[in-house]
Design a binder for this molecule. Sequence first.
Ligand SMILES: Nc1ncnc2c1ncn2[C@@H]1O[C@H](COP(=O)(O)OP(=O)(O)O)[C@@H](O)[C@H]1O
Ligand SMILES: [Mg+2]
Length: 224
Amino acid sequence: MIQAHSLDKCYTLPGQSISVLKKVSLEVNEGEFVAIMGPSGTGKSTLLNILGCLDVADAGSYVLDQEIISTMDDGALADIRNRKVGIIFQSSCFVDYLNLPDNVAMPGFYSHPPCEHSRQRAIELLKQVGLGHRLTHLPSQLSGGESQRVAIARALFNHPRLLLADEPTGNLDRENSAEIVGLLKRLNTQGLTIVLITHDREIASAADKLYRMQDGELSSDSDD
Ligand SMILES: Nc1ncnc2c1ncn2[C@@H]1O[C@H](COP(=O)(O)OP(=O)(O)O)[C@@H](O)[C@H]1O
Ligand SMILES: [Mg+2]
């Protein structure tokens, strides 16, 4: 599913240049659940953004689901992202004047206007993540754990083949974190490939494989 080889990423600011990813290589097979752990500021989100086609590396190659991402222009990247990737961020942004089904259906707006079919799919997804009883709520009327469930439902809307989660339990208590991880695990057993970033070893233990990010370098947990 993911073949990333020797990715470099550098941010240039006035007077300085920061090398954030250094020859990062990662392979993720279809149906795998991979976790990446590492201290803050070591390049985890930068890597996830590149894997999610939100950003591009300066050097190296990236193949996602047999498509060569590293040579694509912005339009092609947006198209791939829309067709293949679902992303969950640590704090999700929702449109607060829209109810939950309309928020979940947002990723579909890119390819077609909202319709009854997309609304039904959004409701189905909200039920799947345990929010069938909150359909008329607005995002501001939810708890932190519920918000993350909506973020998961929204990430699934376009039937992604790959789900990327950037510290999805970072703002949650233990119980809610465990529920979100249980939900991700269930999606993984249904065939979804998942890459999860987390600070929490217990959460990382839900994954099949663990990688560590340190100063922009990625290593397999079994290497040390
Ligand atoms: N757009 C940017 N411009 C300049 N520096 C950035 C930018 N995004 C991130 N960085 C820097 O890159 C480093 C890695 O950031 P990030 O990937 O967000 O780390 P992590 O997710 O592991 O906490 C940090 O030092 C951060 O300050
Ligand atoms: Mg981060």
